[in-house]
Design a protein. Structure first.
Length: 205
């Protein structure tokens, strides 16, 4: 792709580094910005810089937040004894969009995957174990993807926590095998939360 401007070429190259965006899509975005008022481009670059500079991770659940404790964890109307364990921040957003879950979350930051060199201590699993030890939690809901890595992660955490007097459940398998939580439709995901099953039962499937 030939460029008549080095500035445009640089902008296209940087935007094309974003996931799901190729050079052609990046060029369309750059040309669109060139047609907009200068203030719009400034607002966009400022918003991106602020997110990268000032975003925090909740010290309780590890969700993204503007402050040390996210809005969900600060909400007194949420059931803090009910914790939903998810892989990713996007899974929190997906579950929240169903309006079916009234508890709080624990974001692992991924799943155990030996092939990718990701072990339990690369995730927020030790923090989850400490959370169970130090707080009154009545139930953990495991909402990890229905994949080998997701099941491996479930099994590992279950073995670490089975000695504690805590109920452990898994979302119902309305979510297809190898499906990612974030891509599930809201109705299916909402029903999976409502009709969760004992984790031990899901591990035997």
């Amino acid at each position: 792709m030939e460029f008549s401007s080095k500035l445009v070429e640089r902008a296209v190259s940087e935007i094309a580094l974003l996931p799901g965006i190729g050079k052609r899509s990046a060029l369309r975005l750059v040309l669109h910005l060139l047609r907009q008022p200068k203030d719009q481009a400034k607002h966009l670059s400022s918003a991106i810089a602020e997110v990268r500079e000032h975003i925090k991770y909740c010290k309780s659940c590890y969700n993204i937040s503007d402050v040390e404790l996210c809005d969900i964890c600060q909400n007194p109307l949420r059931d803090h004894n009910l914790v939903c364990v998810v892989e990713d921040i996007r899974d929190v957003m997906a579950i929240e969009s169903t309006s079916q879950f009234k508890g709080v979350y624990h974001v692992l930051g991924g799943k155990i995957s030996p092939m990718d060199g990701i072990g339990p201590h690369d995730l927020k699993i030790p923090e989850l174990i400490e959370r169970v030890k130090n707080h009154e939690i009545s139930e953990l809901i495991f909402a990890l993807s229905a994949s080998m890595e997701g099941d491996t992660t479930n099994f590992y955490i279950y073995n670490q926590l089975k000695k504690f007097p805590i109920k452990m459940t898994s979302i119902a398998r309305g979510i297809g095998v190898n499906d990612e939580i974030e891509y599930a439709d809201q109705i299916t995901l909402g029903r999976s939360i409502l009709h969760r099953i004992p984790l031990e039962q899901s591990l035997k499937m």
